[in-house]
Design a binder for this molecule. Sequence first.
Ligand code: FAD
Length: 518
Amino acid sequence: MASNNFPSQSHLLVIIIFITTLLTPITTNNTSPQPWNILSNDNFAGKLPSASSSVEAASIDFGHVTKILPSAVLNPSSVQDIIDLIKLSFDSQSSFPIAARGHGHSFRGQAAAKDGVVVNMRSMVNEDRGIKVSRTGLYADVDTAWLWIEVLNKTLELGLTPVSWTDYLYLTVGGTLSNGGISGQTSRYGPQISNVLELDIITGKGEIATCSNDMNSDLFYAALGGLGQFGIITRARIKLELAPKRAKWLRFLYTDFSEFTRDQERLISEADGLHFLEGSVMLDHGPPDNWRSTYYPPSDHLRIVSMIKRHRVIYCLEVVKYYDEFSQHSVNEEMEELSESLNFVRGFVYEKDVTYIDFLNRVRTGELNLKSKGQWDVPHPWLNLFVPKSQISRFDYGVFKGIILRNNITTGPLLVYPMKRIMWNDQMSTAIPEEDVFYAVGFLRSAEFDNWEAYDKENMEVLMFCEDAKMDVIQYLPYHASQEGWVRHFGPRWNTFVERKYKYDPKMILSPGQNIFQ
Ligand code: FAD
């Protein structure tokens, strides 16, 4: 399967070799071969050297709070190129680190490879291949270097769509499958990693395997949410459904946190309910819109802001029902019934009716807007957490109404929405709380280059608060400075994680930027 899907292209490797000492001094150990020595050996004769700008670009990510220089960047044009690279490291007496870089939208150097080789997965994207849709099987075979927006555009041509999404679609399939891939669809469909049927993976030994629930299942589940530790995923078979045409998209404002969470939890428990459910926290920081959402009518801004000023913290429930020509008559009625059943503040409901693709791609408008103002490529000291349902009120009181109000520095989207544990598979690597329902909480901050550390300090304060209160909160898109942090992060799953690492990447070559194994 693996070799059929990825016929070996011309073995043209574009290796960007740059003597990093010209830019930032790095210490080289003469006794251990560095990548540039290895890559210039006979195996890689005739490969093209390239510009230093690629190495620079690979040293930073969306977070803009780390700069970790690799020694080289590989622009593979085929799966075989990646196999050759990993084998070279694995077979060498002193192997070098290798990291797949999807779209570099990590925020703490997770796709970096200090003094090693970054594999620029996007160079694999080839318009002529890479996304094959099976209409009868209702799945797409996708090269993992593709962005989700590209997958969506391709499947929509055939009236089909993946079911589980992230809020933002300019992320690679390989990048989100290495974390989880969550959004408002997760409560109904599970995370993206629950909607994958098969993977092709090149392990840390340079061996390629096709895996699924029935074939090499340990590797399959290890790689899903595996933070790039067990192999480089080159192909994913993604579940598809018939694509809906439009989305009825409603927002409701709440001043009472327990009413807000009670409504959220009831809605996600309903069997054939909504297609999307999220929630957010709104603080007194200027107009209510932010880059994730731009649809409170300007005429309402004043009264929303005055409600925030009165209550200091308010909450927004966001729900979506998809529909098409067959359900367009019933959808309004359904949404009206739903509105009547909710305990939001009457008069504060906002409705939009948009195409399916405009709904899924909603964050793009905000991105382009920020880009035009030079506010996109700035530091993003983000913090994402999974909070058990039993702790969410304490979290609201201690964090949203405590730390965040007191420090008064947080701006940007603050997400809080529930999901069901049953939609996750325990064999997958992503660490999640034990309770049946838990909340995703996201502090999606934009900072400036001279003040991001203040937000980072606030993140630490939040984490310390949760730890002191023994809330069993787990980071999503995790960052831990030490292995002790990782041991706590995985809890009872740590031993399995380590065993799998020794099995699939015994020389600890892959994804060193996650900082899990030294
Ligand atoms: P990278 O940052 O390049 O890589 C991430 C990790 O995966 C690295 O360790 C890398 O080595 C590894 N990796 C990459 N490709 C592969 C591969 N093919 N095989 C094996 N390992 C690989 N996440 C959500 O779940 N939901 C959201 O709604 C969401 N919204 C976001 C919005 C924005 C604006 C941003 C910047 C991020 C958002 N994220 C969200 C987080 C995002 O899912 C992760 O940061 C993801 O890792 C980014 O994908 P990437 O393709 O840029 O991966």
